[in-house]
Design a protein around this ligand. Structure first.
Ligand code: PMP
Length: 429
């Protein structure tokens, strides 16, 4: 397999784009080597500039639930595009999108569209602050909620991958309002809340974390947080940018049976177009401008092309919920296969999985939070990543990311992935 074209594109990209990429994890900085430049994708496959085909376990970091270039989505975009790409004025399409999301997520009364997951989470905490009149938030070490200043404190994803302790450019004042503690540690939250009585506006969490690998909430953890929020007048925010419409029609809220006060969405609801949204109960969302004075706006918010793409994907998931079940079954098949192969090698490993999210950590103890994810043998993961890539399987280029399965994956793709795993482990161990 040659990647000459990617190599030369990467050289060229670095002349005009910082690090050659428009989002840091893409640069393969921690795994090393040349990032592949993608020319097209269809179904479960990515094709690079040299024409190599890869089985894709990133799915654009979540949204390609039914595979790339899903025909109904592409057709809808093409039909909409001829009516112009943006109006800066309201459309009926935005109402249909909001109504559809409300029907799938019962505790959302009002929802505002934005253009990214970052904007959604940033706006949700502004709403929480405006609603409660409090300044501080609690987030969890290793959770990623986008690149807004308030979230770049002990963040997951690229911040964790590149081991960035303090992000230059985030002022100490802003960082001081973000309190952090370990994921799955309820006592730590209780302590923080007691030390900051009447000061905490919101607790924001990835209900199933996908930005330190895939990490599951332990039994009773989210219910415990819900209870603390209720007792202390704190808003509970679920960041469902990855989990929304993937773990269930109603996202992690439905799957785990916990109601949040505010929910944020991202890439999934745009089917890969730049979209995000935040929503919740009417009495909270009423603080948002122009109803209230919590100002929040966007020229491209509710963009018609993005709306029709997301609306088309969500409609399919709404009408055929068995599709999510099918992807989950594929994920469990993969998990069982990985388990058998890894167990035979004798190396310590942990596989975390829920629904169509899964990841491997080379760890000798359960991986339940950022510290245990970071303590795993992530150098080995990096080697494993390259061995898999060489065999045509594209995993996320960091142990601090979940893998996302899509429903275009065939039985053969899964078996090829398992065979590649076997060979890759033989190579790297
Ligand atoms: N929240 C979560 C859980 C995410 O995974 C991400 C991005 N991966 C974001 C927020 C930020 O979304 P975006 O990159 O669209 O700004």
């Amino acid at each position: 397999m040659t990647i000459q074209k990617s190599e030369s594109l990467f050289q060229r990209a670095q002349q005009s784009i910082p690090g050659g990429v428009n989002s840091p994890v893409r640069a393969f900085k921690s795994v090393g080597g040349t990032p592949l430049f993608i020319s097209k994708a269809k179904g479960a496959y990515l094709y690079d500039a040299d024409g190599n085909r890869y089985i894709d376990y990133i799915a654009s970091w979540g949204p390609m639930i039914l595979g790339h270039a899903y025909e109904p989505v592409i057709k809808a975009i093409q039909e909409q595009a001829v009516y112009s790409t943006s109006y800066g004025a309201p459309t009926e399409l935005e109402i249909r999108m909001a109504e559809l999301i409300k029907s799938m997520v019962p505790n959302v009364d009002l929802i505002r569209m934005v253009s990214s997951g970052t904007e959604a989470c940033m706006s949700a905490i502004r709403v929480a602050r405006g609603y409660t009149g409090r300044n501080k938030i609690i987030k969890f070490e290793g959770c990623y909620h986008g690149h807004a200043d308030s979230f770049l404190v002990k963040a997951g994803s690229g911040v964790a991958t590149f081991n960035i302790q303090t992000v230059p450019g985030v002022t100490a004042g802003v960082a001081a309002d973000t309190l952090t503690c370990a994921y799955n540690d309820l006592a730590a939250v209780e302590k923080l809340v007691n030390e900051n009585k009447q000061q905490i506006a919101a607790i924001i969490i990835e209900p199933v974390a996908g930005n330190m690998g895939c990490i599951l909430p332990e039994s009773g953890y989210l219910a415990g947080l819900r209870k603390i929020c209720d007792a202390e007048g704190i808003l509970f925010i679920f960041d469902e940018v990855m989990t929304g419409f993937r773990l269930a029609k109603g996202g992690a809220q439905e799957r785990l049976g916990i109601d949040a006060d505010l929910v944020t969405y991202g890439k999934v609801i745009g089917a890969g177009m730049p979209v995000g949204a935040f929503g919740g109960k009417k009495h909270i969302m009423e603080v948002v401008s122009p109803l209230g004075n919590v100002y929040q706006a966007g020229t491209l918010s509710g963009n018609p092309i993005a709306m029709i793409a997301g609306y088309t994907l969500l409609t399919v998931l709404n009408e055929q919920p068995q599709l999510l079940q099918e992807i989950e079954e594929k994920t469990i098949y993969l998990k069982d296969g990985l388990d058998t192969i890894l167990a035979a090698t004798g190396i310590p490993y942990v596989i975390n999985q829920l629904g169509s999210m899964i990841s491997i950590h080379f760890s000798d103890r359960p991986v339940t939070d950022f510290a245990t994810a970071a303590a795993a043998n992530n150098q080995l993961f990096n080697k494993f990543f390259h061995a898999m890539l060489k065999r045509g399987v594209y995993l996320p280029p960091s142990a601090f990311e979940s893998w996302f399965l899509n429903n275009a994956l065939t039985q053969e793709d899964l078996d090829v992935t398992l065979q590649a795993t076997k060979e890759s482990l033989e190579e790297v161990l």
